[in-house]
Design a protein around this ligand. Structure first.
Ligand code: FES
Length: 134
């Protein structure tokens, strides 16, 4: 399984997502059904079969972040980017994902952009951070 996940991650790194043509090729290489590969891809929330924005924003929507103001952050980001959950801006600069607990409850509310973590956020801080990305 690890070899398969690594192969999928490599494809995603190269293309920014996992295109159908690569799924077909990998299925042949690994002697698997395409449906099996789609099953694996859909299990892992960070593997994508659709193109995403250059920067992926993840905002936690779970309880601890919610108790610390994440709803106002989500609303501000949605209004600022003019996109909803799982959507990508027209300029392909951002994809927004409203996600479950990121495991950083001690510094809630939390947002990540790509691999960077932003903690103890306010709506204003979140917008300022987002605007600093190309
Ligand atoms: S509830 Fe948001 S990081 Fe855990």
């Amino acid at each position: 399984m690890r070899i398969l996940i690594n192969a999928l991650a490599e494809i995603q790194k190269e293309f920014g997502y996992i295109p159908e043509s690569e799924i077909k090729r990998l299925a042949i290489d690994m002697n698997m059904q395409k449906a099996q590969l789609y099953g694996v891809i859909s299990f892992y929330s960070r593997l994508y079969t659709e193109k995403k924005g250059r920067n992926i924003i993840r905002i936690c929507k779970s309880v601890t972040c919610g108790m610390n103001g994440s709803q106002s952050i989500r609303e501000a980001v949605i209004a600022h980017l003019k996109i909803g959950d799982s959507m990508t801006t027209e300029d392909e600069r951002f994809t927004l994902e409203l996600v479950e607990c990121l495991g950083l409850c001690n510094v809630a509310p939390v947002m990540t952009i790509n691999d960077a973590v932003y903690e103890n956020l306010t709506a204003e801080k979140a917008i300022e951070i987002i605007d600093s990305f190309d």
